[in-house]
Design a protein around this ligand. Structure first.
Ligand code: PA5
Length: 423
C-alpha cells in the first residue's frame, strides 16, 4: 500500500481548477491517441511478458542457471529504470544470484574495471537502445564483442544475447541478420518512460523478479488515475509546481532508504529531460530535480533547504517496513552516554523518526512538503511508484504546455561530437 499526503494547501482558484481539468483532458487525449504509449503499458504487455518468460525458459543458458553475469549495455532511459527497480528490490526473496552489470559510460577506467568483474564466458548480454545508434551503447557493444570468442560469426553469441530496440532501427537490422533474439520498444514509448516495456521487463525477468506484479502495481496507479481523475492529490501538487515555477524551481526527492539511490537517479532523468524545455512563447521552463538520501544527506544538503533560498519543494519517500528487526544494542559506552537514548530501538524506527523529524523541521522553515509512504518494497509497490512519477511528470508537462516526451536539447551536443570525431 502507498499513502500520499500533501502538507501544504495550494491556493487553487477558478482558473486553477480549469487548468487542472484541462491537464486531465490532455492526458486522456494523449492516452487515447497514443501520443505517448507509456500510459497503456500496464495493460498491454501481457503477450510480451509471455514471450519473455517463454524465451527464458527455452534458452539453454538462462533456464539452466549457466549464466553468472547479466550485462546490460544501454544508457539513460535504456538502463536507469532497470537499475532503479533492481536496486529497490535486490534484497527481496525473488532475486536470483545472477550479477547484473550496467555498462553505460565510455570512461575507460570505469569500463575496463567493470568488465574485469564479468565472466564473459558465462555472461548474457542485453543491448538496449531505442534509436539503435547511441554512440556509448554501440561502442561498448563493439568492445564487448571484441572480447568475446567469436565476434564476427557470433557463433556462441547467438544464444547469449538479446537486443531491445525500435523495430527497423539499425541495431534491429543487425540483430535480425545475425538471428539474435529481439524485443521491440513500442514506437510511441520514449526512453525515459520505457521501463515497463521490454526495456525493463526483460532484464528484470532474467533476474527473477515477477514482472507481472510490477505491471499490476502500475495498473493500480493507472486505475486510480482513471477513476479519481482530477480529484487525485497529484493534480493539486502538479498545479502548485506549475503556478510557482519561477519562485519554487527546485524539486527535491528526499528518500529515506539507500535502496532509493538508483530510483532518485531515474527520477532526475525523467523530471529533467521531460520538463526542462523552451515553451512556444519562448519562456524557458524547468523544475530542477535533486535526489537526496536520508539520513545521509541530512548531514550535507539539509542546511541549504532549511536556511537557504526558499526556492525548493520537498517530496519525502518513506519506507514503513524494512522487514529487518535489528536494533541498537543496549551498550552504554563511557563518555558517550548522551547517545544512549536510541539503545534498544530498531534501526527502522530510528531512520523513520529521522524522516519525520526532518520533515517537521523543513515545514517549520515554511518549505512546501509532501510525503509518499510505502508499506513495503516489492514488485507491486515498485510498479506503482514508477507509474506515479511518470504520470506526475505528464501532469506538470501538460500544464506547462510543453512536449514532455522529446529532448531536442541533447541533440546538438551529439551532432558536434560527430563533427569533431569525423575530422
Ligand atoms: O529518455 C530518453 O529518450 C533518453 O535518455 C534515451 O533513453 C538515451 O539517450 C538513450 O537513447 P537510446 O535508447 O536511443 O540509446
Amino acid at each position: 500500500m502507498i499513502k500520499k499526503r500533501l502538507f501544504f494547501e495550494p491556493e487553487i482558484k477558478k482558473d486553477g481548477l480549469a487548468k487542472i481539468e484541462e491537464a486531465y483532458e490532455k492526458i486522456i487525449k494523449e492516452m487515447k491517441e497514443g501520443i505517448s504509449g507509456y500510459y497503456d503499458l500496464p495493460v498491454n504487455q501481457d503477450s510480451i511478458v509471455e514471450e519473455i518468460y517463454d524465451f527464458i525458459s527455452k534458452n539453454h543458458y538462462l533456464s539452466n542457471n549457466l549464466i553468472k553475469d547479466l550485462v546490460v549495455i544501454g544508457i539513460g532511459g535504456s538502463s536507469l529504470g532497470t537499475r532503479a527497480i533492481d536496486t529497490l528490490l535486490k534484497f527481496s526473496h525473488n532475486r536470483n544470484i545472477v550479477n547484473i552489470h550496467f555498462l553505460e559510460n565510455l570512461d575507460p577506467l570505469y569500463l575496463t574495471n567493470s568488465i574485469k568483474k564479468i565472466d564473459l564466458s558465462r555472461a548474457f548480454i542485453v543491448v538496449i537502445s531505442k534509436s539503435g545508434t547511441t554512440i556509448e551503447t554501440i561502442s561498448i557493444t563493439k568492445y564487448i564483442f571484441s572480447l568475446m570468442q567469436d565476434p564476427i560469426k557470433g557463433l556462441d553469441l547467438e544464444h547469449k544475447i538479446a537486443v531491445i530496440t525500435d523495430k527497423d532501427s539499425p541495431l534491429d537490422r543487425l540483430a535480425v541478420e545475425r538471428g539474435w533474439k529481439t524485443f521491440h520498444i513500442p514506437k510511441n514509448v520514449g526512453g525515459r518512460f520505457s521501463v515497463l516495456c521490454p526495456v525493463g521487463l526483460f532484464p528484470l525477468a532474467v533476474l527473477g523478479y515477477d514482472v507481472r506484479e510490477l505491471l499490476e502495481g502500475a495498473k493500480i496507479m493507472r486505475d486510480e488515475f482513471l477513476t479519481q481523475g482530477t480529484k487525485l492529490l497529484m493534480f493539486k501538487k502538479a498545479y502548485y509546481y506549475y503556478k510557482n515555477r519561477k519562485k519554487k524551481n527546485i524539486n527535491i526527492l528526499f528518500s529515506y532508504s539507500s535502496m532509493f539511490e538508483a530510483f532518485n537517479k531515474w527520477y532526475i532523468q525523467l523530471w529533467g529531460e521531460s520538463l526542462g524545455k523552451k515553451r512556444k512563447d519562448t519562456e524557458r521552463v524547468g523544475l530542477t530535480p535533486i535526489g537526496l538520501i536520508g539520513s545521509i544527506d541530512q548531514h550535507s544538503f539539509l542546511q541549504l533547504i532549511v536556511e537557504g533560498p526558499k526556492d525548493k519543494t520537498v517530496t519525502f519517500l518513506k519506507l514503513k517496513n524494512f522487514e529487518l528487526p535489528i536494533t541498537v544494542p543496549h551498550i552504554s559506552l563511557p563518555y558517550l552516554e548522551t547517545t544512549d537514548f536510541v539503545n534498544g530501538r530498531r534501526f527502522q524506527t530510528i531512520i523513520n523518526t529521522q524522516c519525520d523529524a526532518t520533515m517537521e523541521s523543513i515545514m517549520e522553515a515554511d518549505v512546501p512538503v509532501d510525503l509518499i509512504e510505502i508499506n513495503e518494497l516489492n514488485e507491486n509497490s515498485a510498479g506503482y511508484l514508477i507509474y506515479y512519477f511518470e504520470l506526475l511528470t505528464s501532469a506538470v508537462g501538460t500544464m506547462l504546455d510543453i512536449d514532455t516526451y522529446n529532448q531536442p536539447g541533447v541533440e546538438k551536443g551529439k551532432q558536434k561530437l560527430k563533427i569533431k570525431l569525423s575530422k
